[in-house]
Design a protein. Structure first.
Ligand code: CU
Length: 505
């Protein structure tokens, strides 16, 4: 009896073990292999005309696509979570609230009011997303806040292109300043009777005059290409359009808007032939091309090619001689006074700031320029003083001067922030990494950077009498506080009396 029990127990245990291990196995399989991924890989193997190499490359593309998809899903989850958290903060915060729907709108407004100058991932619209790349456009500045009306005609687009991605020829009804954030690009611009080609790399800037037909390819075999385009629409304020001339179905050629009789007359080609030609292209606006096609696009210097190979960009912000540089940071700029930059007519300056880890920029402001900044690497922090945002209750205080609202935000790659002219601000790098920021400064021609700390700051440059009158304090004592030998970039440490700690420690 006892033995039979033991036996059946053993059998039971055996089966339950088998069942459980099977379940565990199944679970593992579904975790690893997404059905979409399996189909994708299967299809690669089914292509008769593919060589073994082609098949391997195809399978790799499946993996890359799958990874990107997963990353994207994770990102979306995170964004939703962050959004929820923010909503909770607004609700649970110290803001005055009514019940009902109206109070929600009010909450939204308050939230925007709190920080009209900082834009995260959620402020971008994805305009295009294919297997080979993504185009994201930042929302109109006035959608965020009326305070940004002065730059409402500017639009910022960020483009990612995978290895050997090709972006179809097109033109814009906007002036464009292009900046290569990461990777290597080949850009073709149609001049009068030929295409000028540019071999571009990280740090390069290039102006593309409105209406210029251009194409861009990622000329690297592995690395992703990231670039930013600042658009200044020239006909409809704050809105620009793209026009694909050479194309077909997708991208759709702008010529498709014309009647067949017009096209036949203009191109002196019968309708049948034209239909065939404009039916071919179906790859979309970003697609991958072969290594051979890429090599053919970018002829090497010294080849038989009549134009002598691709040009270099006239300015690289990563390599340009800095206007300020010390061990705490570096600032380079290209602006209206640099001839050949193309920025004279646009009245724009591009700056690149590299703040060393545990360092800060001085507190400063731009006299004329509105700064549109994009964090391209590292993490850090931003503070802006803004009189526009001081709340009613504060300004009702019996004071003859304005109150200032302090805007602060963490910075990470992809964060965009705006600093209006006259508004003092400061940026600092985290303890772990350098903070790299690229800025488009709008209305740059007469712009000056005025500082509140460091060599030649506005307080130490103020005449003695005015200084004493302004502070109601002896000038010598004021000078002791404001005079400092270093210029523009400092270590982010508290003064010696505070035992030389890092200020954020
Ligand atoms: Cu303000």
């Amino acid at each position: 009896m006892a033995m039979r029990t033991n036996l059946s127990l053993a059998i039971f245990l055996f089966f339950s073990f088998a069942l459980f291990s099977n379940l565990a196995l199944c679970k593992k399989v579904t975790e690893v292999e997404d059905p979409e991924l399996i189909t994708c890989k299967h299809q690669c193997q089914q292509q008769c005309e593919y060589t073994e190499d082609d098949k391997r490359a195809c399978v790799q593309r499946c993996d890359v696509y799958h990874r990107t998809k997963q990353e994207r899903e994770k990102q979306i989850q995170e964004e939703t979570r962050e959004k929820k958290e923010r909503e909770m903060e607004v609700k649970g915060g110290h803001h005055h609230h009514h019940e009902g729907k109206e109070s929600h709108d009010e909450g939204e407004q308050e939230k925007q009011q709190e920080n009209p100058y900082v834009f995260e991932e959620s402020s971008f619209d994805t305009k295009v997303e294919t297997e080979s790349g993504r185009i994201r456009l930042l929302q109109k500045f006035t959608k965020k806040s009326k305070l940004l009306q002065g730059i409402d005609n500017f639009r910022l687009a960020i483009i990612e292109a995978k290895a050997r991605a090709f972006m179809s020829p097109l033109h814009f009804d906007s002036e464009v300043v292009l900046f290569i954030v990461k990777g290597q690009a080949l850009l073709g611009m149609v001049r009068e009777s030929e295409t000028e080609k540019f071999s571009l790399e990280a740090g390069d800037m290039l102006r593309i005059p409105a209406g210029t037909p251009l194409y861009i390819a990622n000329r690297d075999d592995n690395e992703k290409l990231f670039f930013a385009m600042l658009h200044m629409p020239i006909s409809t304020p704050g809105k620009f359009e793209e026009f694909f001339g050479p194309g077909g179905q997708d991208p759709e050629s702008v010529l498709s808007a014309f009647g067949w009789n017009v096209l036949q007359a203009a191109l002196q080609t019968p309708k049948g032939k034209l239909e065939k030609l404009f039916n071919q292209q179906n790859e979309g606006r970003i697609f991958e091309i072969s290594r051979e096609q890429l090599q053919a696009l970018a002829p090497k210097k010294g080849s038989w090619w009549p134009f002598g190979g691709p040009s270099k960009a006239p300015f690289n912000l990563f390599r340009k001689y800095p206007v300020f540089s010390n061990r705490n940071g570096r600032l380079t700029e290209v602006g209206p006074s640099d001839s050949k930059s193309g920025l004279e007519a646009l009245n724009i300056m591009l700056t690149f700031t590299n703040i060393t880890q545990r360092s800060m920029s001085t507190i400063h402001y731009n006299s004329h320029a509105t700064k549109i900044a994009l964090v391209i690497n590292g993490t850090g922090h931003l503070q802006i003083a803004c009189p526009h945002l001081a709340s009613k209750s504060e300004s009702e205080h019996e004071k003859s001067s304005p109150s200032y609202h302090s805007i602060s935000s963490n910075l990470k790659p992809g964060t965009v922030f705006v600093v209006p002219p006259g508004h003092p601000f400061v940026t600092m790098a985290s303890r772990k990494e350098n903070l790299l920021i690229i800025c488009f400064e709008i209305n740059a021609r007469e712009n000056k950077k005025f500082t509140f700390a460091g060599k030649n700051n506005i307080v130490s440059s103020l005449d003695t009498v005015a200084k004493e009158l302004a502070f109601n304090y002896p000038a010598d004592m004021v000078n002791q506080v404001f005079d400092r030998k270093e210029e523009f970039f400092f270590p982010f440490v508290l003064p010696r009396e505070e035992r030389g700690r890092y200020a954020d420690a």
